[in-house]
Design a binder for this molecule. Sequence first.
Ligand code: DX5
Ligand code: ZN
Length: 222
Amino acid sequence: MIYISPSVLAADFSKLGEDVSRVEGAGADFLHLDVMDGVFVPNISFGPAVIASLRRSRLLFDVHLMITKPEKMIDEFIKAGADMITFHFEACDSPEPLIRHIKEMSVRASMAISPSTPVDVLLPFLPLLDMVLIMTVEPGFGGQKLIPATVDKVRTLRRIIDENGYSCDIEVDGGISAGNVGLLTSAGANVIVAGSAIFGAPSARRAIVNMRTAAAAAVYKK
Ligand code: DX5
Ligand code: ZN
C-alpha cells in the first residue's frame, strides 16, 4: 500500500490550517510535520504547539523530528497529537529505549537516516520499528534535489525487511515529484513525502493523483 504524506514545510504558514484542510480534501493519507531545532539542522521550523493547533485535521500526523536529544521532547509531541514519530539515528544516543517508549504510548515508531549514514545502522532496530525514513536530501530545507545514491539504500533495506519478514514501512523524504517517485517505489519505498510538489502545485488534488499513479505504475515486486 502506498501512502502520500504532504510536508507542511512547503505550505503557506500565514494560512496553515486552510492549507492542511486543502491537502486533506485533496486525498492525502498522512500529514508530514517537519520539526527543526536549529542545532541538528541549520533551520528552525515549529514545535508541539503548532502541531496541536492543527489537530482538528483527521489525517494521520507523521511527525519528523530533526532535533538533538529527541528523547527529551518526545512526550510533548505525543501530547500534541502525533500518530507516528520519526527521530534521527544521528541525533540519539540510545535508540532502543526511545523506540520502546514511543510504542508503549501507542504511537508508531520510526527512525530516520541522513544521506551519509549507511543502512546497516538500522538493522538491529528493524524488528522493533514500524517505519524507517530514508532521507533522499540533506535534512533541513524543502525544495532540494533528490540525491540519486539514496535510491540504492531503499533497495537494500527493502530486501532485508522482506527476507526477514519484518513489517516495517519505508518512507522517503526530499526532492520527490511525480517525475521521480517511480524510482523510489520500484526500489521498495511505500510512504512518500512531498512538500513543494504538492503544496506548490496549482491543484493539490491533481498533484496527489499524479504522484499515486506514477508510484503505482512502478510498484515494487518481490
Ligand atoms: C527536509 C524535510 C522534508 C521536506 C520535503 O528536511 O524533512 O520533509 O520538507 O520537501 P520537498 O518535497 O520540497 O523536498
Ligand atoms: Zn521530513
